[in-house]
Ligand binder design. Structure first.
Ligand SMILES: Nc1ncnc2c1ncn2[C@@H]1O[C@H](COP(=O)(O)OP(=O)(O)OP(=O)(O)O)[C@@H](O)[C@H]1O
Length: 567
C-alpha cells in the first residue's frame, strides 16, 4: 500500500524550526507574566510542607486543643468585617515571601575566573600601553574590569567570549599589530579551540568568541539548492544568512552552507581549490561533480591519474574522465571549441532577436584535478600545456555556461597558469595552512584561528571579495576506495546518475574520445551524440577569432545541431 506523505508542515524543517522558536518565545513570555503566580504557588506549597511538619511533630494529646484553636481563629476571622479578605491578603503575602527565589543571583566572576581575566589583562599590557599615557587603560597591577566589558565562561571555567576596550593609539589598522594581540589571546585563553576575533575600530573594541567545531558528519546528499548553486560545504552559525536542511542518521537539521553561484550572472564563475596532500581537494571536486550532474554535463581531468573519479566514467552527463595527456589535450581542445561555439550561437540568436538555443544553455563543467602534473608532463614531452587550453573556457565560460574548477596542491601552485589564477575568483584552501598561505590564495587572512586538529575536507572559502568563511566539505569519498565506510559509499552511489542505455550496443562506461577529426564522440546522456571540434585546433586560443569565426569556424554540436548543419 502506498504510504501517504506526511503533511508539509511535518516535513518542512524551516517551519518546524520557526514553530520551535515561536514556542520558546511564548514560553519565555509566559514565564515572565506568570512569575508572581509561580512564586505564590511555590510559597503555598512550602507553607503546606511546614504546616504538615509541625502537625506531625505535635504530640497526639495536644492535637485536639490545637485544632480547636485553629478553628476558633478561622471563625473569628470569618466574623470580623473584611476578615476573609484580610486573611487572603496575609496568606498571599506570606506565600509570596516564602516562595521567592532565594538562590542568590551570581554577580561577577568567581575567584578562578577573576584570576584568569587578570592574567589575560596583564598579558595585554605590553601591547595596549604606551609611555606618556596619563590615564593608561592597561597597566601592570591595573584593574581588568575597566578594560574587559563583557566576558563569559563555560561550565568548565574556560573563557568563551570576551569583549575588551583598547586605547585609541593602538594601531588596529595594521595586520601585524592585530596578529600579535590575537596570538596572545589565543594562547592565554587555551589552545585547541577555534577563536574568532572581531575588531570594531570605530568603538576601539575587540570581541573574542570561541567557535564550535564544524560538523564533519555531513555526507553527500541531494542539497536543496536552486539551479546554478553549488554547495561547497558547511560553515559556522551566523557566518551566512541562510541554512540548508541536511539529513543524517538522527534526522534532519539546518546547517549554514557555503553556496557558490555559477552561470551568466555570477561574479565568481570559476573556482580554484588548493590544499595539502590528502586534505580533500579531490573529494571537493567529486562533491561538485555530483551536484553539477543534476543540471549539466561534466568533463573530468584527473591529473593525478589515481582513478579517483572512475566511478563517474560513463555515467549520464559525464562527457569524459581523462587522465592521459593525449586524452586530456583532445578533451580540453573540444571544451575550448565548445565554449566558442556556444558564444557564437548565443550571439547569433541574440542578434536575430531569439532566445539562446537550448544546446548552449546546458551548463558544462570542466573539473581539473592536479592539472599541474600534466603541465610538467607536457613540458617534458614537448607538447602543449593543458592549462593553455583552459584559457578560453576560463575567459568566456561565464557567458557560455561553462564553469571551470581547478584543484591542486600548494606545492605546485607556482605552476598554475596566469589565466587560471586570474579567472578563478572563487577560492578554497583545504588542510593545514599558515595564515599567510591562506591570505596568498584567498586574498585575505582568515578571521579565525585554525583548529588543533584539521579534519579532511576542512579549510576556508572565499567567494570574490566576500568574507573568508570556514568550510567543511561534505564527506564524498570514492566508493571504489576500500577504506570508504558503507554508509558513505551508499550515499555517493545513490547520487550517481545512471549509465545511459546503450542504443547502439556500446557498452556503458566506454571511455569517450575527443580526438581531432575523430567521428562524433558520445555525450553520455545528452540528447544525442556530440561531434568533435571541426575547426582548426590551434584556433581555440586565438581569442580575437571568436568574433570572426563563422559557422565553419567552430565546432562541437550535439546531434540535432549537427543534423541542422548537415542539412
Ligand atoms: N570532506 C571530507 N570528509 C571526510 N573525509 C574526507 C573529506 N575529504 C577527504 N576525505 C578523506 O581524506 C582522504 C584524502 O582525500 P582526497 O583524496 O580527497 O584528498 P586530496 O587532497 O585529493 O589528496 P591527494 O591529492 O593526496 O589525493 C580520503 O580518504 C578521503 O575520503
Amino acid at each position: 500500500m502506498a504510504r501517504r506523505p506526511l503533511p508539509r508542515i511535518l516535513t518542512n524543517s524551516a517551519s518546524i524550526a520557526r514553530s520551535r522558536e515561536f514556542a520558546r518565545t511564548a514560553a519565555d513570555s509566559a514565564t515572565d507574566v506568570f512569575h508572581p503566580l509561580i512564586a505564590i504557588s511555590r510559597g503555598l506549597r512550602r507553607l503546606a510542607v511546614v504546616g504538615r511538619g509541625r502537625w506531625s511533630a505535635t504530640p497526639k494529646e495536644r492535637r485536639s486543643p490545637l485544632l480547636f484553636l485553629v478553628a476558633a481563629g478561622v471563625l473569628a476571622v470569618a466574623l470580623v468585617p473584611y476578615g476573609p479578605l484580610l486573611a487572603l491578603i496575609v496568606v498571599t503575602g506570606a506565600a509570596a515571601w516564602t516562595g521567592r527565589d532565594r538562590a542568590p543571583a551570581r554577580t561577577g566572576p568567581g575567584e578562578a575566573e577573576s584570576e584568569r581575566l587578570q592574567a589575560l589583562y596583564e598579558a595585554l599590557v605590553p601591547y595596549f600601553s604606551a609611555e606618556g599615557d596619563p590615564h593608561p587603560l592597561y597597566t601592570h597591577d591595573g584593574d581588568w574590569e575597566r578594560a574587559f566589558t563583557e566576558y563569559r565562561f563555560d561550565d568548565s571555567g574556560r573563557l568563551v567570549r570576551l569583549r575588551l576596550k583598547y586605547p585609541a593609539y593602538f594601531t588596529d589598522g595594521e595586520a601585524p599589530s592585530r596578529a600579535r594581540v590575537e596570538q596572545v589571546l589565543h594562547t592565554r585563553s587555551g589552545r585547541g579551540r577555534e577563536y574568532h576575533f572581531a575588531w570594531d575600530e570605530e568603538a576601539g573594541q575587540l570581541v573574542l568568541t570561541v567557535l564550535g567545531a564544524l560538523p564533519t558528519d555531513i555526507a553527500a546528499q541531494p542539497f536543496v539548492t536552486a539551479p546554478g548553486e553549488t554547495v561547497l560545504g558547511f560553515t559556522g552559525p551566523g557566518s551566512v544568512p541562510r541554512t540548508l536542511p541536511v539529513a543524517d542518521e538522527a534526522g534532519t537539521r539546518d546547517v549554514p552552507p557555503v553556496v557558490w553561484r555559477t552561470g551568466g550572472r555570477s561574479t565568481e564563475p570559476h573556482l580554484l581549490a588548493l590544499g595539502q596532500p590528502g586534505s580533500g581537494t579531490t573529494t571537493l571536486l567529486r562533491s561538485i561533480a555530483l551536484q553539477a550532474l543534476h543540471h549539466g554535463d561534466v568533463l573530468i581531468i584527473d591529473g593525478s591519474g589515481t582513478g579517483e573519479f572512475a566511478v563517474l566514467a560513463g555515467r549520464r552527463g559525464v562527457l569524459g574522465v581523462e587522465s592521459g595527456l593525449s586524452g586530456v589535450l583532445a578533451t580540453l581542445e573540444w571544451a575550448s571549441h565548445e565554449t566558442e561555439r556556444r558564444l557564437i550561437a548565443a550571439n547569433r540568436a541574440r542578434q536575430a532577436g531569439r532566445a539562446a538555443p537550448d544546446d548552449t544553455r546546458r551548463p558544462l563543467w570542466i573539473l581539473a584535478d592536479r592539472p599541474t602534473t600534466l603541465t610538467q608532463l607536457a613540458a617534458a614531452e614537448g607538447r602543449d600545456d593543458p592549462q593553455r587550453l583552459l584559457q578560453v573556457p576560463l575567459r568566456y565560460g561565464r557567458a557560455a555556461g561553462v564553469t571551470v574548477v581547478v584543484a591542486d596542491q600548494f606545492q605546485s601552485a607556482e605552476l598554475l597558469s596566469d589565466p587560471v589564477r586570474a579567472h578563478t575568483r572563487a577560492r578554497v584552501v583545504l588542510g593545514c595552512a599558515a595564515p599567510e598561505e591562506v591570505r596568498a590564495v584567498l586574498g585575505a587572512p582568515p578571521r579565525t584561528t585554525a583548529p588543533a586538529q584539521m579534519p579532511a575536507g576542512r579549510g576556508y572559502a572565499r567567494l570574490g571579495t566576500g568574507e573568508v568563511l570556514r568550510l567543511q566539505v561534505p564527506a564524498t569519498p570514492d566508493p571504489f576506495d576500500e577504506a570508504t565506510g558503507e554508509a558513505h559509499r551508499q550515499a555517493v552511489l545513490a547520487l550517481l546518475p545512471e549509465h545511459p542505455v546503450p542504443a547502439d550496443g556500446v557498452a556503458p562506461g566506454r571511455p569517450v574520445t575527443f580526438a581531432k577529426d575523430a567521428p562524433a564522440p558520445e555525450r553520455n546522456g545528452a540528447a544525442g551524440d556530440a561531434t568533435v571540434p571541426a575547426g582548426p585546433v590551434g584556433a581555440t586560443t586565438a581569442v580575437p577569432s571568436l568574433k570572426a569565426a563563422g559557422p565553419t569556424g567552430s565546432v562541437a554540436v550535439n546531434g540535432s545541431e549537427a543534423a541542422r548543419a548537415e542539412g
